[in-house]
Design a protein around this ligand. Structure first.
Ligand SMILES: [Zn+2]
Length: 261
């Protein structure tokens, strides 16, 4: 491709909606629209004209992430969670009683206690200190620790716009709402492995649910040491908008946990 041609391509390219930021529901919806448009053109004129329309449409989707302007806004507003979940865009709904399961597990493991005089569950004696020590031991090299936990050969940790991502050879394999949230979980893994002989055999999804449940009990921000607070927020991603409860650090702003209302 000539240099001017490449410039045009670069100008058309919208990194906000392509590459790692490409929104699958938006892309599928727009490919469907491009196919429908091409079919209309074929019916009205000739197959080559339809093919040309389809080619232009697919090129636009490839470069810009979408064909119809405003698609991310449209899917945010109109695509039901059920459809988004199918694309992995909506958070998995907790199963009935799931929260209770995680709490029961953490009580059984001796990580949490339910003191009769307290309203809420709390960390068992000594757990907060042990957890903080474990967090301190992974803080300087979270990639290596994540590599051990997730069994990765070329682990990396990247801070992206709204997430901290663990990568394998540069490709994202798992994400957390912030770096402190990742540190909390890396510290908690050792805590749980010491108390649960079956920890290593549990699936990553189950481990993830347990770790997220436990994260709500971290008493100090794993990064700056401030006391995290509960709050509420509206979160927007490429194609959805939701009201969430948050557990985040008031000082550095790191979000530790986000639960959809
Ligand atoms: Zn903080």
């Amino acid at each position: 491709m000539s240099i001017p041609g490449r410039r045009v391509v670069e100008r058309l390219r919208q990194p906000a909606y392509t590459g790692p930021n490409r929104c699958l529901p938006c892309t599928v919806l727009n490919v469907g629209i491009a196919l429908a448009l091409a079919a209309v053109v074929v019916a009205a004129t000739t197959p080559p004209a339809g093919a040309a329309v389809l080619a232009v449409g697919l090129a636009a989707i490839y470069l810009r992430g979408y064909l119809v302007p405003g698609t991310p806004e449209l899917t945010k507003r109109y695509l039901p969670d059920r459809v988004l979940r199918w694309f992995g865009k909506a958070p998995a709904l907790p199963d009935p009683g799931e929260t209770v399961d995680v709490e029961a597990y953490l009580l059984e493991a001796g990580v949490l206690v339910d003191p009769p005089e307290a309203e809420d569950l709390e960390l068992a004696d000594g757990v907060a200190g042990e957890w903080e020590e474990r967090i301190a031991s992974v803080r300087e090299a979270p990639a290596a620790a994540a590599g051990d936990v997730l069994d990765l050969d070329e682990p990396g940790v990247e801070d992206r716009e709204n997430a901290t991502v663990v990568t394998e050879g540069g490709l994202a394999v798992a994400d957390w709402p912030s770096r402190p949230a990742l540190l909390a979980d890396l510290g908690a893994v050792g805590l749980l492995a010491d108390r649960d002989p079956d920890w290593a055999t549990r699936g990553h999804e189950e481990q993830g649910r347990i770790l997220a449940g436990l994260r709500l009990f971290v008493e100090r921000c794993p990064d700056c040491g401030a006391e995290p607070e509960l709050g509420e927020d509206t979160v927007e991603s490429c194609c959805r908008r939701a009201q969430v409860y948050t557990y985040s650090c008031p000082d550095c702003g790191a979000r530790l946990l986000e639960i959809e209302q």
